[in-house]
Write a protein that binds this ligand. Structure first.
Ligand SMILES: C[S@@+](CC[C@H](N)C(=O)[O-])C[C@H]1O[C@@H](n2cnc3c(N)ncnc32)[C@H](O)[C@@H]1O
Length: 244
């Protein structure tokens, strides 16, 4: 098991500046990818059948993908991201795992990939900071499709922004988050990045995007999931796991 500094060194080596910047602006996001990896390890250790197949939604620049790859030596990942500029970076950084036959990329959008994936065929769906970006009606379809493609006993693992049910408490957390972006990004003179994060936050917090905790957990239950757990809440971020 790697300690924090070994883990950071591994990420900085493979993912480079992207990981350093994310840690600076949003340390909880970097932590959440690690928690997703931890949940994958836990599930893999509980399974006798290996290698496990993992479908990753929204791999981005590869931070979560690397965390999943390091979670278990045998698992194989298909990493999905519909944004080529993001996925190209992951393809560059994670070449060695592609060459080992453990990682493949799919550039289609999450729902298209899920709809073209066989029923009961995937051991783990793992993701970080992707589902909250989806429009609510698209997300509802994605959740039902994830349930369909997972094998019975398969695991849903998502580290993401799960909004608090207490709206006033949630707003206070968002206000702190905005203050944190200003503090971190003005210090390093990155006003363009600051603008980008604030603009993106408006989308995240909009009524038809926000992924409120109780609604999200009910959605998993309605899809058929059991053993639904929300752990490691840290401000608006949390790790959600569930079993088919
Ligand atoms: C915030 S990033 C998360 C990246 C990585 N998992 C992490 O935690 O650092 C979200 C990613 O989801 C991708 N994405 C958003 N909507 C998508 C969709 N409908 N289908 C596939 N990928 C999508 C974006 O392109 C982006 O790379």
């Amino acid at each position: 098991m790697m300690d924090n500094s070994q883990f950071d060194a591994m990420f900085s080596g493979a993912i480079g500046q992207e990981y350093e910047t994310l840690k600076l602006i949003c340390p909880l996001a970097a932590k959440m990818s690690r928690l997703v990896g931890g949940a994958v390890t836990e599930y893999a250790n509980s399974c006798s059948s290996q290698p496990l197949s993992v479908l990753e939604l929204g791999g981005g620049t590869g931070i979560t993908t690397l965390s999943i790859l390091l979670a278990n030596d045998l698992l194989k990942i298909v990493s999905v991201d519909s944004e080529p500029t993001m996925q190209n970076q992951a393809q560059q950084s994670l070449k060695q795992w592609v060459e080992q036959g453990r990682l493949a990329f799919d550039g289609r959008d999450a729902l298209s990939v899920l709809k073209n994936t066989a029923t009961d065929s995937v051991d783990i769906m793992a993701s970080a900071y992707t589902l909250h970006n989806f429009l609510d009606i698209y997300r509802a379809e994605v959740i039902n499709e994830i349930y369909r493609v997972l094998k019975p006993g398969g695991q849903f693992i998502n580290g993401d922004r799960y909004g608090l049910d207490d709206i006033s408490a949630h707003t206070r957390l968002i206000q702190n988050e905005v203050a944190g972006y200003f503090k971190a990004l003005i210090k390093i003179d990155k006003l363009d990045v600051l603008e980008h994060w604030i603009v993106h936050l408006f989308a995240d917090e909009s009524e038809n995007h926000v992924m409120r905790e109780s609604v999200a957990l009910q959605q998993l239950e309605h899809a058929g999931f059991k053993g639904i757990r929300l752990n490691n809440r840290c401000a608006v971020n949390a790790l959600v796991t569930a079993i088919k």
